[in-house]
Design a protein around this ligand. Structure first.
Ligand code: HAS
Ligand code: CU
Length: 549
């Protein structure tokens, strides 16, 4: 095998990201089942009372560690890997990458302290007027700025490569990772402005009040594209790695894959109002425009579904797969990395349908703030993304450490257990939402729970228990792998699926940055500019902080 060798320093850096990510997942996931058990009437929080004061404190730990820390660290590690391996060159500036990484680590610690001290029980959306301790906001800022710094390092590496390779198409995994890193740089401006101009000075007592509507608008400027920042690394793996792993598949269309990443860059940010359909103070026309663009961002995912399934099918048919669907059996289901990602993809079809349902203004009025929404995002971020990252780690961790994956059979079982647990959990959450059960409420204590919810609430607990088992198996497999005495015999092959179409045949406009970057900035200015201008002009820093926990 003659593949590019990622230098040891880069391997260490990437591995450190994955380590922090998995530690965050371990602690954060512990609280997931606790919320689910609470819904089913088994309140374990009482036993944790000395440590955790409330359901909401646990929910904050769960949301922040799983949705923000696990994802961001895994993603920055994986994107760095893709840039280095894809461009076949070390990072241009290792010091910058290390500075970024350590800023993120310090940020997580700074945010964790007030959360654990019950001084920042504000959930992962930290909506004001809920007011956290200032260290929480400083911590989040450091995580974001650290990830920017790492992104700059990736762009510098790309620029150095481009100088030496003027007319070549950027290798796909590097290209797609750079687009993802750029999307992140643009969209995080929202929370950066929110925290630095309002929440931080307010928590430090420099200003008395805050403007909740403006803060929510800034938040969702970042909050929606955040979900694509989570998703796109999984897409990189589905497009460019999974077809190869699943059995000799090839990437169906290099051009289509690149086009979908550009569409995500352009369309991800200017649609945040679909989280604010019920917010007063934003005129319906803006909600309408953002909903239309939300239907627009549905397309690159549909393109992805088509391209990835076609790529998988190509390999499966070459291996003797037949029939309309029977070829699926020919995919390499015994490989835990493949099984995890295929199962993640299957559930994402349903997550996607739920997304479209949420995006429809009139239906959203029924679903908003109900259990339907956590049902939706456990199919998306907690399965499409998380189970795919788990799948990636099944080859990436052996690659980075040189240690054999411990008991691949158990890793495969882990993926199936997650799949089953999530179907039970998320289906019951969706149905509960339709029946009117609110999200973010300890339903066990609610006095209004009707009889008809009970069987579903039980299923939430059951799903949570199964997911807990799956999470535990994952942690055991990872721990046993990194401490495994058995080393890999030869270097682990990085799975890269060739493209059916010669990448050189991809039109040059799909590898040119300027039009797409200017286009996305222009669309953001048109879609957010007037409303932000209005809100800032009429800013009303009148709301005091609340501590309701
Ligand atoms: Fe969403 C709320 C709309 C996708 C996450 N979303 C949320 C929240 C989160 C979240 C965390 O319009 C809650 C935030 C909060 O706390 O309040 N969402 C959408 C739409 C999409 C969508 C239109 N969401 C995601 C993804 C997420 C995510 C991805 C995380 C990663 N979402 C909404 C709306 C709300 C919302 C409203 C606000 C609700 C409210 O009222 O609060 C779309 O982008 C989805 C497109 C997806 C598809 C599916 C394509 C299928 C593929 C599978 C390929 C198959 C394979 C397997 C690989 C079109 C690509 C093949 C296997 C074989 C065996 C062959
Ligand atoms: Cu959204």
């Amino acid at each position: 095998m003659n593949q590019y060798q990622v230098p040891t320093a880069e391997k260490k850096l990437i591995g450190s990201h994955i380590l922090v990510a998995i530690l965050a997942l371990a602690l954060g996931s512990f609280f997931g089942p606790l919320q689910a058990f609470e819904h089913a009437g088994w309140d374990f929080y009482v036993y944790l009372k000395p440590l955790f004061k409330s359901y909401y404190q646990g929910l904050t730990v769960h949301g922040v560690l799983n949705a923000l820390v696990w994802t961001t660290f895994f993603i920055m590690g994986f994107l760095t890997f893709n840039v280095v391996f894809g461009l076949k060159r070390p990072l241009k500036n290792m010091l910058l990458a290390k500075v970024g990484f350590w800023m993120m680590v310090v940020g997580v610690v700074a945010a964790a302290i007030p959360i654990l001290a019950n001084e920042a029980t504000v959930l992962f959306t930290f909506y004001p007027p809920l007011k956290a301790n200032w260290a929480f906001y400083v911590g989040l800022t450091l995580v974001v700025v650290g990830s920017w710094v790492e992104g700059w390092g990736m762009f510098m590496t790309y620029t150095a490569w481009r100088k030496e390779n003027k007319d070549e198409r950027t290798p796909f995994i590097a290209f797609a990772s750079l687009v993802t890193a750029l999307l992140w740089q643009i969209c995080t401006l929202g929370v950066a402005v929110e925290i630095l101009t309002m929440l931080l000075p307010w928590s430090l007592g420099l200003i008395d009040g805050v403007d909740p509507l403006l803060a929510r608008t800034y938040f969702w400027f970042t909050g929606h594209p955040l979900v694509y920042f989570w998703l796109l690394p999984a897409y990189i793996s589905w497009y460019a790695m999974l077809p190869k792993q699943a059995g000799g598949g090839k990437m169906f269309s290099d051009s289509l894959a690149r086009l979908s990443f550009w569409m995500f860059l352009v369309l991800s940010t200017p649609i945040g109002f679909h989280h604010q359909y019920v917010d007063p103070g934003i005129p319906p026309i803006w909600k309408f425009l953002h909903s239309m663009l939300t239907f627009g961002v549905f397309f690159p995912s549909m393109m992805t579904a088509f391209t990835v399934v076609a790529s998988l099918e190509y390999g499966a048919r070459k291996n003797g797969g037949k029939g309309a669907l029977a070829w699926i059996g020919k995919l390499n289901w015994n490989d835990p990395s493949v099984a995890s990602q295929l199962l993640a993809g299957i559930l994402f079809f349903f997550g996607g349908i739920g997304g479209l349902t949420n995006a429809s203004y009139n239906v959203n009025l029924v679903l908003h703030n109900t259990a339907f929404i956590p049902g939706h995002f456990h199919l998306t971020v907690a399965t499409a993304v998380t189970l795919s990252f788990i799948g990636i780690s099944y080859w990436l961790v052996p690659y980075l450490t040189g240690r054999k994956l411990w008991q691949p059979k158990w890793a495969t079982i882990q993926a199936w257990v997650w799949f089953v647990g999530m179907i039970i959990f998320s289906n019951s959450m969706h149905v509960l939402g339709l029946l009117g059960a609110p999200r973010r409420v300890p339903l066990n204590l609610a006095p209004y729970v009707p009889e008809e919810w009970n069987s579903r609430l039980f299923q939430v607990g059951l799903g949570g228990a199964i997911l807990f088992i799956s999470g535990t198996i994952y942690l055991v497999v990872m721990y046993m792998t990194v401490t495994n005495k058995q080393r890999v015999e030869k270097e682990v092959e990085v799975p890269i699926a060739e493209s059916m179409q010669d990448p050189a045949a991809t039109p040059a406009w799909l590898d040119r940055w300027a039009p797409w970057v200017y286009g996305s900035i222009a669309l953001i200015v048109v879609m957010y500019g007037p409303m932000l201008f209005e809100l800032i002009k009429n800013i009303s820093l009148t709301s005091p902080g609340f501590r309701v926990w």
